[in-house]
Ligand binder design. Structure first.
Ligand code: UD1
Length: 432
């Protein structure tokens, strides 16, 4: 297994470049199953989640080829014959459940494993299943699998309301709806940039979707979609993570440039909170510059759906608050149990306690390097950030979580002045 060793205290200097979005690449890949012929997607990051999803897709008979050097992924579903997504692969990544909508849309049938829970609690898929039923699918649960089919081989379309608004369910139902016979209306649809980007690619393939970026999407089913070449957008969560890194470890007065940045994808709540910390933000074309303040102000936040503060940035924000001068709170409204990073930060000397769906943080205390354990993707990057401002060495173990969603993180950070290296270790070795 690999761990990252971070030696704290080196300032971040120079530049960082954001990779293509993970959470957008996955639905874009699913869209390729809806057509025959090669679909090419640019800016696909070389990440474990992308590789996992390629494996899931390949089970169907679809071919995939990823060139990490050019970040280009090609998929060809011409020979798609198997309408299944097995447990062994789906359990590795929840987004594999997009296969339900993709296969139902493509051929009116699907057998997809239920994904199960995740590290920070239950994550249901009831809205995905209700949505498919509303479009006309008949669904059975059989030994952990969702077995779905469209009577007559093609879905009819229908009216779906998501409560709460769900990124994944909106994407899954869209995958099924764009090739249905009739019209579908998706109410309280997610408006996250990932969904808008996905709809834009579907439209480029010939899908008829109206209402992009609004809570109501109207889909007129079409008989076929066409292969397309599409450029994925930059990763907004990586951008937010880098902005936080710059604010906590940058040199006051020396801006850090972050390239391939879509600042408009972050949402107002994050940008407002960021400005209130005292960090300065200069927005250029496709890049931003962040200047760290002399003293970070504590800014309490509450996560929410877009354009609210992203839940995928709350663990990183907690680390920023641990450095800020004063006390603050982070409230989590999307996943109330998503605080697995807090006990690890506690081990580093961060005075933070979880009370219900909130974490209360006493800022400004010294942070000490030690051994800490990654538990999930965003928690692990928060431990790397904490290591960057800690005294001494932090060993972030089980970085396979980090590798799901951050491309070459240690290479990017070390090129920007951070003392960080990846080493292999034996997790079960006795202490020397
Ligand atoms: C996506 C992101 C994830 C991010 C999350 C919230 C991907 C691959 N993952 O996850 O990184 O943290 O959005 O921004 O893009 N819900 C239900 N029933 C359902 C589905 C969801 O009750 O069938 C609830 C969830 O428990 C949660 C809320 O809806 O409270 C939003 O979750 P959702 O938007 O679906 O998250 P994901 O798409 O799984």
């Amino acid at each position: 297994m690999d761990k990252l060793i971070v030696r704290g205290g080196s300032p971040l200097i120079g530049e960082l470049t954001v990779s293509g979005s993970k959470n957008t690449a996955l639905p874009l890949m699913s869209a390729a199953l809806l057509t025959d012929g090669p679909v090419t997607i640019h800016h696909v990051p070389n990440l474990r989640d992308v590789t996992t999803f390629r494996r899931v897709i390949e089970v169907t008979g679809t071919t995939t080829h990823h060139d990490p050097a050019t970040s280009t992924l090609t998929l060809d579903a011409t020979n798609l014959t198997k309408y299944e997504a097995p447990y062994e692969l789906v359990k590795r990544m929840r987004a594999s459940f997009y296969m339900l909508g993709a296969l139902l849309g493509r051929g009116g049938k699907a057998k997809v494993s239920l994904p199960g829970g995740c590290a920070w609690g239950p994550r249901p898929v009831d809205l995905h299943i209700q949505g498919m039923k509303a479009l006309g699918a008949e669904i059975d649960l059989d030994r952990g699998y969702v077995v779905a089919h469209a009577p007559g081989g093609r879905l009819q379309g229908g009216r779906v309301r998501f409560e709460p608004s769900s990124v994944g369910a909106t994407i899954n139902v869209l995958l099924a709806a764009v090739l249905a016979k009739g019209e579908s209306v998706l109410e309280n649809a997610a408006i996250e940039p990932d969904v808008v980007e996905f709809c834009t690619m579907l439209r480029a393939m010939g899908a008829r979707i109206e209402g992009l970026g609004t809570r109501t999407l109207h889909v007129q089913g079409v008989d076929q979609l066409n292969p397309v070449t599409y450029s994925n957008c930059p990763d907004r969560i990586e951008l937010g993570t880098f902005m936080i890194a710059a604010a906590i470890t940058g040199v006051p007065g020396s801006p850090i440039t972050i390239r391939h940045a879509r600042i408009d994808h972050l949402g107002d709540a994050f940008l407002e909170a960021f400005a209130r910390t005292g960090a300065e933000l200069e927005i250029g074309e496709n890049l931003i510059k962040v200047t760290a303040p002399n003293e970070l102000r504590p800014v309490s936040v509450k996560t929410d759906i877009y354009p609210g503060f992203p839940t995928d940035l709350q663990a990183q924000w907690t680390v920023l608050l641990a450095k800020a001068a004063g006390n603050s709170k982070v409230r989590e409204t999307i996943y109330p149990d998503r605080f697995k990073h807090v006990p690890e930060l506690h081990r580093m000397g961060v005075n933070a306690i979880v009370v219900g769906d909130e974490v209360v943080i006493e800022g400004g205390k010294p942070i000490q390097g030690t051994n800490v354990m990654s538990t999930d993707l965003r928690a692990s990057v928060s431990l790397v950030l904490a290591g960057m401002i800690a005294e001494g060495e932090t060993h972030v173990q089980r970085v396979y979580h980090l590798d799901r969603g951050y491309e070459k993180i240690e290479e990017k950070l070390s090129a920007a002045g951070i003392d960080i290296e990846r080493v292999s270790y034996d997790e079960w070795a006795d202490p020397a």
